[in-house]
Every structure is written in C-alpha cells, then in structure tokens.
Design a protein around this ligand. Structure first.
Ligand code: UD1
Length: 360
C-alpha cells in the first residue's frame, strides 16, 4: 500500500518523458508542502540515465513509487502498452485526482485510462495548440484536454484555445509550472553559469542547439540541411544530442561533428539552465527551450513552422524558421523589448494545488 494518512487528499502523477520530470518537480513540492499524499507513476517512456534519473536526482524528486518500464516502441504500441499497464495501477490506488502533464504518449495513455475509470483527471499545460496535425503531440494534447475534468492552462492564449473548443467551464489559468522550477534553479546558480556550463563541456563563446522532433529528424534531407546550416554558423554551437537524433544520424550517415557544430551528451537541468544563460543564441525545436530562453533573456531561433508558445515571438525574442534561413535569423538584431511574464511569475504549482484541494 502506497498511501499515508487516511484523511489526506490523494493524488497520482503520471509521467514518462524528460520534460515531464521538470514539470513534476515544482508540483510535487507544492503538493507535499500542502500535506497532499502524492504518488508518482513513471511509464518508462524515457529510461536512459541522462533522460530520466538525472532529473529525479537534481530536482530532489523521490524515486517513482511505480515504474511501468514500457520503453521505446512505435507510437501506437507504446501507448497501448502504457494503457494496459496503467489501468490496474490506477484502479488499485483509487486516487482523488490523477495529474497528466503536457503532450507525450504517456499523457495520452493516462487520459484514456482515466476516461474509462471513475477517477478525475487534471491536465497540466492544457490548451496549447500548434494546429499542426502531423505532430503526434497535437493529437495527444487535444484528446487529453477533451477527456480531462480540470484543465490547467499555462497562458492566456491557451485559455482562449480551450474556450474556442467549448472547454471554458473546466479551465483555469494558472501559469506555467516550468517557470516555477526555472526561476528557482536560475536563482540558485548564484551567477555561476559560466563555470557550470564550462564544467559540462561548453566553453568560450557559444550557441546551444537541440533537435529532436520527428518532423526534423525523420527526413534525411531536412536533417542534413539543419546540421549543415547550424555547422556553418560563425559562433561554435554545442548540440546536446537526444537519442532520437543520434539514431537518425547513424541511420542516414550524417556527421553531427560538422563545421562549427559539436555534439555533447544530453545535459542535466542545472547545466542546461546555466548554458542557456551563458549562450549567445538558442537554436531548437523544443517547446521547453523556447520558453526557457525567453525567461532567461537569450534570443532563440526555432526550427518549426509554428509554436505553441506564440508569446515568445513578441519583440523577436524567438523566431520561427525553415532550415535554409537559420543563419539569417541567428544573426538578426539583438532583441531589446521588455519580455514581461506571459507564463506567470513562478506560482503555478501552488495555484494547481489550491484548485485540486478545493475541488476535492
Ligand atoms: C518524446 C515526446 C516529445 C517530447 C520528447 C522530449 C511523444 C510522442 N513525444 O519524444 O513530445 O518533446 O519526448 O524528449 O511522446 N530513446 C532512447 N532512450 C530513452 C528514450 C528514448 O534511446 O530513454 C530513443 C529510442 O530509440 C526511441 C526514441 O529515442 O525510439 C524516441 O523516444 P520517444 O520517447 O518515442 O520520443 P521522443 O522523441 O523522446
């Protein structure tokens, strides 16, 4: 039996992929500070030390009470195996709330299981839309939003999206939990970002790049073009390489060590935050990095045709691009406009705890 005292609110979080561990950290802290009994289920979607364990260690998260060890499969099979393994666990736990985070296959599996059981589902990062139906994440987030009992939106744009889909009565604007953890961790660096990024192997004047989305990695021609254009930049660029990127480069015989580009191992969260602060420019296709660069004041270029975080585009702090224009956009004038706090000021987790405890 996993639960503690009988009279406490009981909440289960289902996570599985790297960005979800980051989102989980401030939520776990807030729930436990408010005497909520909180149990973590890890689906095992990400299992490498650098994509999973390092986040639990650095962000002071307890080891998950349950790990389903699903691992990598095709999208449908991975989701199906998660559904099969999650259902008996959530049934046995019989929580007051289940929390799903973001838009991964682990999120979708959790939403489907909860829609078949009498347990309420809260979705953190609800209402984001790319309107790009080729992205698996777009399907995951729409299905999850429509089957959730409470929708916790990170931005006003997300609230508008939920309203336009008729989901307003279940929606709350709470801000982004990633800002909660980012503001804490960046403060805790105490100006040591240069030495922390240097000890992670990022030295001198540099850009940092991350590429992992299947829209960019799964076409040989597009991936080669991206690598060439980043490698041609004047400033050296480090690329912490996601396993999907490495796998595709091996399959297509693409050399990541190309021109001014240097591959490095995936970074832990502290090292990533320090490196974003220290870098000249961020080049990415990740949602998290766009927001992190925006909050930390580093200009960002995003190799995508749309973003779920349009507020980052204001004042040219972030710019969308096709691979051939990477050089032009990285060299655009330094943004100067005030960025403001479109994703809240770092108290989203407490807002979420209050909503779930009050609706218990
Ligand atoms: C998943 C999410 C994506 C998120 C990303 C963060 C979905 C549909 N996508 O994409 O939204 O931005 O996580 O990283 O859920 N692999 C390893 N070790 C691991 C995990 C994966 O080597 O620990 C390899 C496997 O070859 C696997 C591939 O990476 O097939 C892709 O992993 P997967 O979890 O399917 O998707 P991500 O690309 O990581």
């Amino acid at each position: 039996m996993y639960w503690g005292k009988a009279n406490r609110v009981r909440i289960v979080s289902v996570v599985g992929a790297r960005p979800q561990f980051v989102k989980l950290a401030p939520v776990h802290l807030s729930l436990t500070r408010h005497d909520v009994d909180h149990i973590i289920i890890h689906t095992g979607q990400h299992y490498d030390e650098q994509l999973s364990d390092v986040f639990f260690k650095q962000l002071a998260l307890p080891a998950p009470a349950i790990n389903l060890h699903i691992g990598s499969q095709t999208h449908a099979l991975q989701t199906a195996k998660m559904i099969e393994a999650l259902e008996p666990q959530i049934t046995d736990l019989a929580p007051d709330w289940v929390i799903a985070y973001g838009d991964t296959n682990s999120t979708l599996a959790c939403a489907i299981v909860c829609s078949k059981l009498p347990f309420r589902l809260a979705h953190i990062e609800a209402g984001l839309r790319s309107n790009n139906r080729n992205m698996p994440e777009e399907h995951n987030r729409i299905i999850t939003d429509h089957s959730s009992d409470v929708l916790l939106a990170p931005s006003e744009t997300a609230m508008q999206n939920l309203k336009s889909e008729g989901l307003q009565s279940r929606s709350h604007f709470v801000g982004d939990v990633m800002i909660d953890i980012l503001s804490k961790v960046s403060d805790s660096l105490n100006g040591q970002h240069e030495s922390i990024s240097s000890s992670a192997g990022l030295n001198g004047k540099f850009n940092i790049a991350t590429i992992h989305r299947q829209e960019n990695t799964d076409s040989k021609a597009r991936l080669q073009q991206i690598i060439n254009h980043i490698g041609n930049l004047e400033t050296p660029t480090y690329i912490p390489a996601h396993p999907r990127l490495i796998k595709c480069c091996e399959q297509y015989s693409i050399n990541l060590n190309s021109g001014n580009l240097s591959p490095i191992n995936p970074l832990g969260y502290r090292e990533l935050v320090a490196s974003i602060i220290q870098s000249q420019h961020v080049i990415t296709d990740s949602g998290g990095l766009q927001k992190e660069a925006h909050y930390l004041g580093t200009p960002c270029t995003t190799i995508r045709t749309e973003t779920e975080w349009p507020e980052t585009l204001l004042g040219n702090w972030n710019a969308l691009t096709e691979p051939e224009d990477i050089g032009d956009l990285v060299h655009r004038p330094q943004p100067t406009e005030e960025r403001g706090y479109p994703y809240g000021v770092g108290n989203a987790s407490d807002a979420i705890t209050n909503i779930l405890c009050q609706n218990n």
